[in-house]
Ligand binder design. Structure first.
Ligand code: HEC
Ligand code: HEC
Length: 373
């Protein structure tokens, strides 16, 4: 046998056992319990009483057309989809877009409770109304929106069927935002290798569970255990829907991004919040209670929304300011965490993890398994 051949056989013999030991780690009952909490997936759609057209197929169709329509914008060149690109899980690949903030993906947006990195909005339609009118985004006005509808028979027909004849006032923009929300509420992220593993564990199917790479299993163990990631990145969405400080600097070119501190002031004073005249739910809306009672405390300064982690692979760069370019950089951030940076009240949950190379690679492998291709 030539030396080359021998080397080839040796490599094969080494590879075979590795391939055969596909297995499932000895997760404890408690670990299994924690893993199961991240599913099942997908979640049932969430109704939104503040938007009476949210579940209407005609509103979804109108919203989809509007979302991709550059003709709504002042420049004629920008649509929602310019920044929220379907191929990037509805993000844009840029560190920051509007001002100093990173464009979040929109998959599973129908499940959120607060919108924007600082929770500036309390509904999907209010979070859609803001960019529709913001001068540096779509920059529409009631008059330009009416002109666009009148120039586009397909849009006008759909609008009229849902809301009646359009008028060039604030209601027009609100109606279009509600149609945009109806469309976005249909954007659900696909099942992932993690979901297959989780469901296999749930039904005790070890053979199926063993298809999930060991590195991802070890990373998962870290995520739900020692890493304490799941304290904030909880449940099927991998977010508890709240706000936290993980020591990402909040200084910007112009000053500071106060995050949730400013977000609470914004959502409470917004005319388009759940307590305002445009909500279809009225005062009994259970979710409006949250808006009425949210209180601003010093700890909110520099807190940002805990992002969900599904489809993470497609939404780089990461964090509210897009400051971390890759999943590896995020893992490094948590590994080397600078506790001095966590604000005075402190996030008592986080400690620098000081991961060795293998553990860091495992955690990254797990985070990757939360995305489908
Ligand atoms: C110039 C780029 C840009 C355009 C155009 C744009 N967005 Fe955004 N979008 C962003 C950024 C950046 C944020 C984060 C804003 C923040 O946190 O303050 C965001 C946030 C959102 C959110 C909140 C998501 C969440 O999970 O919190 C929704 C919903 C949204 N945009 C919908 C829309 C719709 C609908 C349109 C079109 C009417 C639109 N966007 C146009 C950049 C853009
Ligand atoms: C105290 C709550 C908390 C804990 C614990 C926590 N995170 Fe986070 N995570 C956040 C917040 C808040 C952000 C957004 C911070 C920002 O943008 O400034 C974030 C951002 C991220 C992001 C970027 C997502 C994106 O779309 O930009 C990833 C990935 C991530 N965390 C993974 C982890 C991992 C892995 C762990 C465990 C080692 C962990 N997190 C522990 C709250 C937490």
């Amino acid at each position: 046998m030539s030396r080359r051949r021998r080397a080839w056989w040796a490599a094969l013999l080494l590879a075979v056992p590795v391939a055969c030991v596909a297995q499932v780690l000895d997760f404890s009952a408690d670990e299994r319990q924690r893993i199961l909490q991240h599913g099942p997936w997908p979640l049932p759609p969430q109704a939104d009483a503040s938007n009476r057209v949210q579940a209407r197929p005609e509103a979804v169709a109108l919203g989809r057309a509007l979302f991709f329509d550059t003709g709504l914008s002042r420049s004629g060149a920008m649509a929602c989809a310019t920044c929220h690109q379907p191929a990037r899980a509805f993000s844009d690949g840029q560190p920051t877009a509007r001002g100093d903030r990173n464009t979040p993906g929109l998959l599973d947006a129908g499940q959120h409770r607060w919108f924007g990195w600082g929770g500036e909005h309390d509904s999907l339609w209010a979070a859609s109304l803001a960019p529709l009118l913001a001068p540096h985004e779509i920059g529409a006005t009631p008059a330009t929106l009416l002109a666009r509808l009148q120039a586009t028979p397909a849009l006008l027909r759909r609008y009229t069927a849902l809301f009646g004849a359009p008028r060039a006032d604030e209601t027009l923009a609100v109606h279009l935002a509600k149609a945009l929300a109806a469309y976005q509420a249909t954007l659900v992220s696909p099942r992932t290798p993690f979901d297959d593993f989780r469901d296999a564990l749930a039904r005790g199917d070890t053979a199926a569970a063993a298809r999930y790479p060991l590195a991802a299993q070890r990373g998962l163990r870290l995520f739900i255990g020692e890493g304490r990631c799941a304290v904030c990145h909880a449940g099927p969405l991998f977010s508890n829907g709240e706000f936290a400080d993980i020591g990402v600097p909040f200084f910007t070119r112009e000053g500071v991004d106060a995050g949730r501190w400013a977000g609470i002031a914004a959502v409470r004073s917004s005319r388009s919040n759940r307590l305002g005249p445009w909500s279809d739910a009225g005062p009994d809306d259970a979710r409006a209670v949250g808006t009425r009672h949210v209180l601003r405390e010093p700890r909110h300064f520099g807190e940002f929304r805990v992002p969900g982690l599904r489809q993470l692979q497609h939404t780089a760069p990461y964090m509210h300011n897009g400051s971390l370019a890759s999943i590896e950089a995020v893992v490094q951030h948590y590994s080397a965490l600078n506790e001095e940076r966590l604000h005075a009240d402190g996030e008592r949950i986080l400690r620098p993890l000081r991961l060795d190379d293998r553990a860091a690679a495992d955690l990254a492998a797990f985070l990757r398994s939360l995305s489908a291709r």
